[in-house]
Ligand binder design. Structure first.
Ligand code: BGC
Length: 446
């Protein structure tokens, strides 16, 4: 029994209820997503960009060594990957670099220099020669004009660099490689991380079994979120689904302030991502707690920097809160203590309850967006479809996939959900970049 006074319980219950995403609302969202995908593809106004990728599904027989670069978050990677055929991929060497908050708001050239220096270390360590292809996964919106030319659009995930917007990111990397004495190495393919996970899963499936179907959808659920999809005659497209704006049916006042008060990405942009991805879920919970502190005697933690500062509450903590099954909620207590607050059991229960509903809504929104894409591919949802997924939220949050599947059951029925082959493809980006570069090399030689 709760010892909480009725008014506090009401305020809490109201906040919890605001995160509900009933099946009817999700269905509306899925239909809107489908409509916007259809319009985006033919160049009509749409919040989905549906960008061309200039790649095609791999055969699974691609082979050889490929240099790879992966830049899409606080960490960047340069590596050397061996495609061994038969669906096998080996990482020969890898260099990881970490970007600071200053790097995220500085000059683009500096970021490319850091990456080029990491490529240089790989090239030197493994005696890579000039003919080696390089696949570059750039996990932000970019309009490709060729497989090796990608014009940067506005950045996401709180990045804001000077000297990037409107520039070709492959060209910028080539110039940085040249500055590092690597003029002989040239970017031969640039792609989004959603395309990388889709391509890697197709390569693995087809390499292991020539009759296997390729992945139809690539999904990333980590710091950011996005989908790529193989739209048949329109080719593989990067939807930039994080920018989907048809979220009104399940939006809360907290989402409205997250959208309006953060400078990057600008208000109105990345609406879906701001309600779904790992970069934002902790921030949404923080705002709920700050708000409830005014309406109830609970959560009077505003002196603790974690609660006074935007993004002070890391999304990673939410999985810890959710997983705590102890009577005293000792893991929730420890997590909060790390943020500088001592809590009552009542507060811990409330925090866990709120964390769960914030994440549950994210999973349900992901399901709605997937249904939108699946209905585009196969209106009757009669066939088998492959969805390849990567990202820290999907891979690291216990029960996230189960919640997505539960919402899919509600939206399209248990039988159709069973026909979806959803595969978690861990650490897909660098290996996927290698597959894309190998396919590009093959396309060039034809
Ligand atoms: C970017 C996408 C990317 C996704 C996942 C989003 O913020 O706009 O390009 O695929 O994050 O990394």
């Amino acid at each position: 029994m709760s010892a909480m006074p009725a008014t506090d319980e009401t305020a809490l219950a109201r906040a919890v209820a605001s995160f509900e995403a009933p099946a009817a609302a999700l269905d509306t969202i899925a239909r809107d997503f489908l409509g916007q995908l259809t319009r985006g593809l033919v160049g009509e106004p749409s919040s989905l960009k549906v960008l061309r990728t200039f790649t095609r599904q791999p055969t699974g027989r691609e082979r050889g060594r490929v240099l790879v670069v992966d830049w899409g978050g606080s960490k960047g990677r340069a590596g050397l990957v061996e495609l061994a055929g038969g669906g096998a991929v080996h990482m020969v060497g890898e260099e990881v670099v970490t970007f600071s908050d200053d790097d995220k708001r500085g000059a683009a050239d500096h970021v490319f220099d850091v990456i080029a220096a990491a490529v240089r270390r790989i090239v030197d360590a493994h005696a890579v020669d000039g003919g080696c292809p390089l696949g570059f996964v750039y996990s932000y919106p970019a309009r490709l004009e060729r497989i090796d030319r990608a014009v940067a659009l506005a950045l996401t995930k709180s990045w804001s660099l000077t000297g990037l917007d409107g520039k070709d990111v492959a060209g910028l990397l080539n110039e940085a490689l040249e500055r590092h004495g690597l003029g002989r190495i040239v970017v031969n393919a640039v792609a989004n991380d959603t395309v990388a996970v889709l391509m890697l899963q197709s390569y693995r499936a087809r390499g292991g079994d020539a009759g296997a179907g390729p992945a139809d959808i690539g999904l990333i659920l980590g710091t950011g979120t996005n989908q790529a999809a193989d739209l048949g005659s329109a080719g593989i497209r990067n939807l930039e689904s994080g920018n989907f704006d048809g979220v009104g049916a399940v939006e809360t006042p907290y989402d409205v302030t997250v959208d309006r008060e953060l400078a990057e990405p600008k208000p109105g942009a990345q609406r879906f991502e701001k309600m779904v991805s790992g970069h934002y879920l902790g921030e949404i919970l923080r705002r709920v707690l700050v708000d409830l502190a005014e309406a109830t005697p609970m959560f009077h933690w505003s002196d603790a920097p974690a609660f006074a500062t935007p993004f002070g509450l890391d999304t990673e903590l939410l999985s810890r809160f959710d997983a705590d099954r102890s009577t005293a909620l000792s893991s929730v207590a420890a997590g909060l203590r790390r943020l500088g607050v001592e809590s009552t059991l009542e507060e811990r229960r409330a925090v866990r309850r709120l964390a769960r509903v914030v994440v549950r809504r994210s999973a349900r929104l992901v399901a709605a967006a997937l249904v939108g894409t699946l209905r585009f591919l196969d209106p009757g949802l009669a066939g088998r479809h492959g969805v390849a997924v990567d990202g820290s939220l999907w891979g690291g949050y216990p029960g996230f996939e189960r919640q997505v599947r539960g919402a899919l059951d509600e939206l399209i029925g248990v039988e159709r959900t069973k026909r979806l082959e959803i595969t978690f493809v861990k650490d897909s980006t660098s290996a996927g970049a290698a597959v894309i570069a190998a396919v590009a090399a093959q396309q060039r030689s034809e």
